[in-house]
Design a protein around this ligand. Structure first.
Ligand SMILES: Cc1cc2nc3c(=O)[nH]c(=O)nc-3n(C[C@H](O)[C@H](O)[C@H](O)COP(=O)(O)OP(=O)(O)OC[C@H]3O[C@@H](n4cnc5c(N)ncnc54)[C@H](O)[C@@H]3O)c2cc1C
Ligand code: SF4
Length: 488
């Protein structure tokens, strides 16, 4: 285990960060690496519990006490091996995971939990710096061919696993670059894109083929793909944006977050200039939706130089601490203040947007809201009750709709002849296998809008099932009951 009584000796640490005023001048990551000694002390805080609840908190089942112990002892290369045994891309989760493992950490019952995500990030960063992360080529090829549609974390994790099992893997991506929402969604200040590129170099050297600018279903038909490959994996994400069908929704200045953010990522990548209608500079910005996407819009708008940034959330303000409804070790629905919120934003809860207001040229100049309350009815969904007397108008020239996604685009699954579950996601009849035995689904396309850690987990699990389908058995690892606490 870590250091006996280390948890009594050392406090939890957070990653230091560049001052908000300074960091919003650019799109670079702004965290500051802790000293190695501080990371080892954090590893020493792990109590190596008899039942490590952090394992089941992590959707990947990461072997957390084992890598904590290796870090405490300064055995970083061993820690990297332990981490990679369950997680193909710790550099993504180490930066972006909401860390349900930490909410399930036993130390967290009485003290701040171990900084597991921080340790994870710096294990893998050290691995890249030291040159320990090398391509792992399969000993032999099976002669089986697998097509993966979509290059987000689910598709990439499945590709790496299947390639390691000896299958010949081609990843098809409709965008001009690989990475899914990691590339065109998540802003650079949360993860710079060279973090994806250096991992792609490894995947390419391992023999995975990538085909960008290929939209399966149009550029290449489902039938053509089925004829060429022994198995197909749909990892196409949940890309249908939730609309806000209220008066004025078609005004210039009402913009979907997932048009605004990818456009910005392309600008930061030097692909083109910023279009005027996606520019928040000197505008009063209102971000509708309080989740991760909303938070990314706040950080991006502040970097554009917005006059003001306000964030609306229809739900009530959550409690600052864990409530009885979500006891340890479950994921708590408590107030989350992201680094983007800290950079400057006004937040409103229990607020409903009723109408967008435009000028005579069809440009957005404001929006109207009412306050709401939620009535709990036993056995039913909570009821939304508007307070008409609270009607208020807000000045706003750019409204960003960050309302999430309704599910996957159905056209490609329909072309394959696949069925859907009751939520409209691609249905895995047998685990990740669809109603067509050689077609599988994973990630947001299968489970609906979710998280990177879940996408990697689904990609790995689907790879196991595809490998079994192709050769009758699989040595690719499968997780046990991990992730059953992580309802996040
Ligand atoms: C703005 C934003 C911020 C987020 N921040 C976080 C965060 O901080 N932490 C976190 O854990 N999660 C975050 N998420 C969620 C996370 O990004 C997703 O859950 C995850 O990327 C899903 O992975 P995936 O591989 O299933 O799909 P995606 O990443 O969506 O990738 C799907 C890929 O398939 C491609 N594709 C679709 N159809 C076709 C086709 N017909 N042919 C070829 N290619 C196709 C798409 O172009 C895309 O590249 C965020 C999401 C958004 C939108
Ligand atoms: S992937 Fe997420 S949940 Fe799993 S150990 Fe890392 S931070 Fe924790």
């Amino acid at each position: 285990m870590g250091k006996l009584k280390g948890f009594m000796e050392y406090d939890r640490i957070k990653e230091a960060a560049i001052d908000p005023k300074e960091r919003i001048q650019n799109y670079k990551e702004f965290t500051v690496a802790p000293d190695t000694e501080k990371l080892q002390e954090q590893g020493a805080r792990c109590m190596d519990c008899g039942v490590p609840f952090c394992h089941s908190g992590c959707p990947l089942g990461n072997l957390i006490p084992d890598f904590n112990d290796a870090v405490y002892k300064g055995e970083w290369e061993r820690a990297l091996g332990i981490l990679h045994a369950t997680n193909n891309f710790p550099e993504f989760t180490g930066r972006l995971c909401p860390a349900p493992c930490e909410e399930a950490c036993v130390l967290g019952i009485v003290n701040p939990p171990v900084s597991i995500e921080l340790i994870e990030k710096y294990i893998v960063e050290r691995g890249f710096t030291e040159g320990w992360i090398k391509p792992q080529l399969p000993a032999q090829r099976t002669g089986k061919k697998v097509a993966i549609i979509g290059s987000g974390p689910a598709g990439l994790a499945a590709a790496q696993q299947l390639n390691r099992a000896g299958h010949t893997v081609t990843v098809y991506e409709r965008s001009n670059k690989i990475g899914g929402l990691l590339r065109y969604g998540i802003p650079d200040f949360k993860m710079e894109k060279n973090v994806i590129d250096r991992r792609l170099e490894i995947l390419e050297a391992e023999g995975i083929q990538f085909e960008c600018n290929v939209e399966v279903g149009t550029t290449l038909t489902a039938t053509a793909l089925e004829a060429e490959f022994d198995a197909v994996l749909l990892a196409t994400g949940a890309t249908i944006k939730r609309p806000l069908p209220i008066p004025g929704a078609d005004l210039e200045g009402v913009v979907q977050a997932m048009d605004f953010l990818p456009h910005n990522n392309e600008v930061v990548d030097g692909q083109h200039e910023r279009a005027a209608h996606y520019n928040a500079k000197d505008r009063n910005v209102i971000v509708i939706g309080g989740g991760d996407t909303g938070s990314d819009c706040i950080g991006t708008s502040n970097r554009h130089g917005a006059r003001s940034v306000t964030n609306f959330e229809i739900l009530p303000k959550p409690s600052e601490a864990r409530t009885e409804d979500h006891p340890w070790p479950y994921w708590p629905f408590k107030l989350k203040t992201s680094s983007s919120h800290e950079e400057g934003s006004h937040r409103e809860w229990s607020i409903l947007t009723k109408e967008f207001v435009g000028d005579k040229n069809g440009k957005l100049v404001g929006l109207k809201t009412v306050e709401v309350k939620w009535k709990k009815v036993p056995g039913e969904r909570p009821q939304l009750i508007e307070k008409p007397e609270s009607l208020k108008e807000w000045p706003c020239e750019l409204a960003l709709l960050a309302l999430g996604f309704t599910g996957p685009d159905k056209s490609l699954p329909e072309q394959f002849g696949l069925s859907f579950d009751e939520r409209g996601n691609v249905k895995g009849e047998q685990e990740y296998q669809t109603n067509k035995p050689h077609v599988f689904a994973a990630g947001d396309a299968r489970r609906g809008q979710s998280l990177i850690v879940w996408a990697i987990s689904e990609g790995r699990e689907a790879a196991h099932q595809i490998d079994r389908f192709l050769v009758g058995k699989s040595n690719l690892p499968q997780k046990n009951k991990a992730g059953d606490l992580a309802t996040v």
